[in-house]
Design a protein around this ligand. Structure first.
Ligand SMILES: [Zn+2]
Length: 72
């Protein structure tokens, strides 16, 4: 089991944070997470035999509400 603190680069509003939560819920191997919008981080506990940190990063980068595109 691994605990990682990941940066929410594109999630900037509560709706974005909610989308990140929903996306993380769907990831196999993710056991627990806290999304902290104020600090723009997600603290994720995951089973590293099942899912890699890079995969979770990509999930988080893609998850944001429709009002915000990726930050260039
Ligand atoms: Zn948003």
């Amino acid at each position: 089991m691994t605990l990682s603190t990941l940066t929410l680069r594109d999630a900037t509003c509560p709706l974005c944070a909610n989308k990140v939560s929903v996306a993380l819920h769907a990831v196999e191997g993710v056991r627990h997470f806290d999304v902290d919008l104020a600090d723009q981080i997600a603290v994720v506990t995951f089973d590293d035999d099942v899912v890699g940190r890079d995969h979770i990063c990509r999930i988080i980068d893609r998850a944001h509400c429709d009002d915000h595109g990726p930050v260039m």
